[in-house]
Design a protein around this ligand. Structure first.
Ligand code: AMP
Length: 305
């Protein structure tokens, strides 16, 4: 059974959003979303989470209450004059890649004030947001010990120099396959992973949607398929939920051995499998560690040969 006694708090910086999403299974309007939101809910299954972000005055109070129910520290979630970040996206039959229909940055461009106790965090996740905000946050942390980061095509296109500076300071990079190719210019995925390792991170994790994840850590390769689901309703947030399960598990363990990194990859995979079963964070908010553990044991059987 999973033991989370150590449970280091994780600081996450990223977006808290109102998402509008269309998939072949329907649509959801102005629902709770954002990279930091999915990460925080997923990681909070294993360990305390400190959320750093900004929302506008239109951000529904009920969403704040729902985050509080998961004991997520919201001291660093600032409510600023203006509107909350909004993302509208669509998935067609191939649910692997979101098509962004519109993005309204609104208050998200403003840097949040970092509460004093957040600066003591040793675990940090730089969820998808602009690389300058990611870098500024990291520079404000006193003694980060385990830093992971994500990014997206927009930032690779527009802020590659800052992104490369950031990569020199992170331990773990978590990106999807198209981002790995775009960042390195390498089409072959293992070649892209080696090229990313040369930029600084000791561990690179490439997410391949329904095909699972591919990981390289300290020269060792590992791959995990996605948990086999009969129906994916909305893939939004799968990547952030993976990262939350992955880093949340690691933060709850006393050591980061290659074995723990492999187990963390499976925990991340399992947590993401719940997220995609419904729109927004609905399913993710309802699960417990016991549900996670049941699918983890199933994955163990699936992966054994
Ligand atoms: P994922 O499906 O894991 O890649 O993440 C989806 C989440 O990313 C959605 O809830 C969006 O609100 C958020 N998102 C989309 N575009 C951006 C952006 N440019 N900056 C920050 N967050 C974003």
């Amino acid at each position: 059974m999973l033991n989370c006694k150590k449970a280091e708090p994780i600081l996450v910086v990223g977006s808290v959003a109102l998402d509008t999403v269309q998939t072949p299974f329907g649509q959801a309007k102005e629902v709770l979303g954002g990279s930091a939101t999915y990460f925080a809910l997923a990681a909070s299954l294993f360990t305390p989470v400190r959320l750093l972000s900004v929302v506008g005055q239109d951000f529904p109070r009920k969403y704040l209450r729902r985050l509080q129910l998961h004991s997520i520290d919201l001291a660093g979630l600032q409510v600023l004059p203006g509107k909350t970040f909004r993302w509208t996206g669509r998935y067609r039959e191939n649910m692997n890649e979101a098509e962004t229909l519109s993005v309204c940055q609104n208050v998200l461009g403003q840097f949040p004030e970092i509460p004093a106790h957040y600066r003591e965090s040793r675990f940090v996740f730089l969820a998808n947001t602009d690389p300058l905000t990611q870098l500024k946050t990291l520079e404000a942390i006193e003694a980060p010990q385990m830093v992971a980061c994500d990014t997206m095509n927009l930032w690779i296109r527009t802020q590659k120099t800052v992104l490369k500076k950031l990569l020199r300071k992170v331990n773990i990079l978590i990106v999807n396959d198209s981002e790995a190719r775009m960042l390195t210019g390498k089409v072959n995925l293992p070649t892209a992973v080696w090229a990313l390792l040369a930029h600084g991170p000791k561990t690179v994790i490439v997410k391949k949607g329904e095909h699972g994840v591919f990981l390289c850590t300290n020269g060792e390769l590992f791959a995990v398929p996605a948990y086999p689901l009969h129906q994916v309703v909305d893939p939004t947030g799968a990547g952030d939920s993976f990262a939350g399960g992955f880093l949340g598990y690691l933060a709850s363990q006393p050591r980061f051995t290659p074995r723990e990194i492999r187990r963390a990859t499976v925990y991340g995979t399992v947590v993401a499998s719940f997220t995609v079963e419904d729109f927004s964070t609905r399913r993710l908010e309802k699960i417990t560690l016991k549900d996670v553990e049941t699918r983890f044991q199933e994955m163990k059987r699936i992966l054994k040969f």
